[in-house]
Design a protein around this ligand. Structure first.
Ligand code: COS
Length: 381
């Protein structure tokens, strides 16, 4: 058993870290305050190969494995949560399902521009009355000749405001439950498609979370992703992959909170000595370190299982659960170490605390991750 990252993975981390340290992290506060994502920067991320990490080179991707993807997601999580969502949305929520379930034509048409950052992708499952109960969606897709007509309202679409292509789940018959849901690749220019309300959030300010209105959007039958009635499978598999990247980017947030807390503890003097010399501060540092290391190995384990063709559903949920709770924990403890300064907006840990909180909610709440893990144990354990 070898716990070290390979030389290739270490150099991938170095490349991602240099990119993030130069172009993303120094502007994270600006992104938070202005609420504006820099789409030119996002395109540069595509040119550098970060938006198609797990997509084979023949479709314009970088053709790397899931561990490389996690390492890159971690580095972007460390830099800026909003820009980390582009990495996750492109790789896991758009690229992965098109690669896994798409026809050759769909892969050739949609993957290269998504990998290069020329076009932006998103994924739309949730509705006002269907969040954790994903199979409860009500958006309808009715067949009309060679097209489907999509009608309904979707919410919480990450990056929906600027996405060119969106994978949308809708029911292709009125029977309730997961087996009448189909997945469609919808293009933003299709008549009847529009962006609704843009949410005001606690964090991730530069990553627009939007409502999508489907007002009789005519989608050609060749844009059905996978098979009619098997869209729930597409959604679940996309979320399995997405949960690894959320776990990894949350790990990156925890790492950043830890770095800032340790630096501050070594510099800040009280009672005539650096606060890092006080046992209560050391205790916080040790707890943060332990949880970060645990989260890291859970993330890499889920990646390793996926790359080796093993069942990784519960492992992805575990990585996401522990990664996201570690991010919140580390940001909380970092604020504690910085004291009153940690609560000020000018100190980065305040933003990290707000942003970490979302990782416990999106792509399945922590309660849903626990449900997935417990179901797996009681079924297979
Ligand atoms: N991976 C692969 N397949 C899965 C799966 C997963 N994680 N979870 C469920 N499935 C499959 C089941 O195996 C079943 O397949 P068959 O029809 O072949 O038997 C099918 O999907 C239906 O599963 P189930 O009966 O468990 O569906 P439920 O309605 O009970 O819901 C949960 C399952 C709760 C796990 C699902 O609704 C869920 O993940 N909810 C959270 C949604 C979410 O994360 N939303 C975030 C917003 S999207 S950004």
């Amino acid at each position: 058993m070898d716990f070290a990252l390979s030389e290739e993975h270490q150099s991938i981390r170095q490349v991602a870290r240099e990119f993030v340290d130069k172009k993303v992290l120094p502007r994270a506060d600006e992104f938070d305050r202005t609420g504006k994502m820099d789409l030119n920067l996002a395109r540069e991320m595509g040119e550098a190969g970060f938006l198609g990490v797990i997509i084979p080179e023949e479709y314009g991707g970088t053709g790397l494995d899931t561990i490389a993807y996690a390492v890159i997601s971690e580095e972007f999580g460390r830099g800026c949560a909003s820009h980390a969502t582009i990495v996750g949305a492109h790789n896991s929520l758009f690229g992965y399902p098109v690669l896994t379930f798409g026809t050759e034509e769909q892969k050739k048409k949609y993957l290269p521009p998504i990998c290069s950052g020329e076009k932006f992708g998103a994924f739309s499952l949730s509705e006002p009355s269907a969040g954790s109960d994903a199979a409860g969606i009500q958006a309808m897709a009715e067949k009309d000749g060679d097209d489907y007509i999509l009608h309904g309202n979707k919410i919480f679409v990450t990056n929906g405001a600027f996405a060119d292509y969106i994978i949308v789940m809708a029911r292709t018959d009125k029977r309730p439950g997961p087996r009448s849901i189909s997945a469609f690749i919808v293009e933003k220019d299709m008549p009847g498609f529009s962006i609704g309300h843009i949410e005001e959030k606690m964090g991730f300010h530069a990553s627009p979370t939007t409502e999508i209105i489907l007002d009789d959007v005519r989608v050609p039958v060749e844009n059905v992703l996978y098979k009619k009635g098997l869209g729930f499978k597409v959604a679940m598999e996309s979320l399995n992959s997405g949960r690894i990247s959320v776990g990894a980017s949350a790990l990156g947030m925890a790492v950043r909170a830890f770095e800032l807390a340790v630096k501050y503890a070594k510099e800040r003097k009280q009672f005539g000595q650096p606060i890092a010399s006080f046992q209560m501060v050391q205790s916080h540092i040790a707890d943060m370190h332990c949880r970060i290391e645990a989260a890291r190995w859970l993330v890499y384990n889920a990646c390793w299982r996926k790359d080796n063709g093993l069942d990784y559903v519960a492992d992805a949920a575990t990585a996401k659960l522990v990664g996201s709770e570690t991010a919140t924990f580390a940001a909380h403890r970092a604020i504690q170490i910085l004291g009153g300064y940690g609560y000020l907006r000018e100190y980065e840990v305040e933003r990290l605390y707000r942003e970490a909180r979302l990782t416990e909610l999106f792509e399945g709440t922590s309660e849903i991750q626990r449900l997935v893990i417990a179901r797996h144990i009681t079924k297979h354990g």
